[in-house]
Design a protein around this ligand. Structure first.
Ligand code: OGA
Ligand code: NI
Length: 353
């Protein structure tokens, strides 16, 4: 990506401090909880202890790491390899599977978070190779559109490996969704009905070395829009999380064998602010490229997101008005695509008065 164009420069208050100290230690790291999922290997295991750990993490941080998650480490290394091979292709070849105004999936190197360009390139694909979304952002327009994934010819195993990986990450995401439901005192399958036509997608992020890492960000501060995110990353590091209690930024010490789980906006709304959708960002560096792979668990387009009836009461009235996921998703995609005059849409706009 070469020199740092003006479009990448963060306002002074958003510029990152480096995530490493001079001696190479992570600044304020290892704070988010690590949860060991090995007990899930036993199908009859008592899930209440795990659910309690998850509840604590979702309230305090909205972020945790899972280890012994059941995904094959061999599969993780295979997908990392084919993804690195894809990003090493020429720009011309990658742009053959470029996203456009209709289809937000595919290759893209111009994403903006809050109107500043991110120092990264990405490849996105829907979990379902035909995914139904609203055709427009107009609230009254009920027309739908089916989108399919653009797949590159090269690397030749790319599609197969990516889809195998996606199916495995999806399984993990639904196990976590069950644990989260239990952690809220709800039946384990309480939330599964919202995913019949899920709009979930996988993203591969490539952050090239950046000549001015003190001025730019790999991804600007944001909270993920969906239900939960299941993120794998390599050993380079750069992810930072804002602590719920005081907004302080913490670096997450990378573990390529673990997954980082974070709560998205939908879950924060469902739980009426009990669980926290934390802001996070990615710091880049001048010497090492970095790869990460978030899976965004997103509901069906026709899901209306509002605080769950079981979790509200006279003492805890709903903090949010209802909004339609599909329309939110469509508006978000439009605002990520181009630099807009206004900030991209956030759940705050659905806050009850
Ligand atoms: C994202 C994101 C974090 C990372 O893509 O939404 O927050 O570590 N990525 O790449
Ligand atoms: Ni994110």
């Amino acid at each position: 990506m070469g020199v740092l164009d003006e479009a990448f420069i963060q306002a002074p208050e958003h510029r990152p401090k480096t995530h490493l100290t001079n001696s190479g230690d992570y600044i304020l790291s290892n704070e988010i909880p690590t949860i060991d999922l090995s007990s899930l290997q036993d199908p009859h295991c008592d899930k209440t202890a795990l659910a309690a750990e998850i509840a604590e993490a979702c309230m305090r941080w909205g972020f945790f790491q899972v280890i012994n998650h059941g995904l094959s480490l061999d599969l993780m290394r295979r997908v990392e390899k084919t993804v690195a091979d894809f990003f090493s292709l020429t720009l011309e070849e990658k742009r053959r599977v470029k996203r456009d105004e209709v289809n937000p999936m595919g290759y893209h190197d111009g994403e903006h978070t809050k109107n500043v360009r991110d120092w990264k390139e990405i490849f996105d694909f829907f979990l379902q190779d035909s995914t139904t979304v609203p055709a427009t952002t107009e609230p009254e327009d009920t027309e739908l559109r089916k989108l399919t994934n653009p797949w590159p010819q090269n690397p030749s195993d790319f599609r197969e490996v990516c889809q195998e990986y996606a199916r495995e990450v999806e399984k993990l995401a639904f196990k976590l969704l069950e644990l989260i439901s239990i952690s809220l005192g709800l039946p384990g399958d309480r939330l599964t009905g919202y995913f019949k036509d899920q709009t979930s997608f996988l993203r591969f992020n490539h952050y090239p070395p950046c000549p001015n890492p003190e001025l730019a960000l790999g991804v600007g501060r944001h909270a993920d829009a969906g239900v939960i995110t299941v993120l794998a990353q390599d050993s380079v590091g750069g992810l930072q999380v804002s602590r719920r209690s005081d907004g302080q930024w913490f670096s997450v010490k990378p573990n390529p064998d673990a997954f980082i789980i974070n709560i998205g906006n939908c879950m924060q709304v469902w739980t009426n602010d009990k669980y926290w959708s934390a802001e996070h960002r990615v710091v880049v560096n001048s010497s090492k490229e970095r790869f990460s792979m978030p899976f965004f668990l997103f509901p069906s387009h026709d899901t209306n997101i509002e605080p769950l009836k079981e979790l509200i009461s006279e003492d805890n009235p709903p903090c949010y008005k209802k909004y339609n996921w599909g329309k939110f998703f469509a508006a978000r995609n439009r605002s990520d695509y181009k630099k807009l005059q206004t900030e991209s849409i956030q759940i705050d706009r659905f806050k009850a008065a």
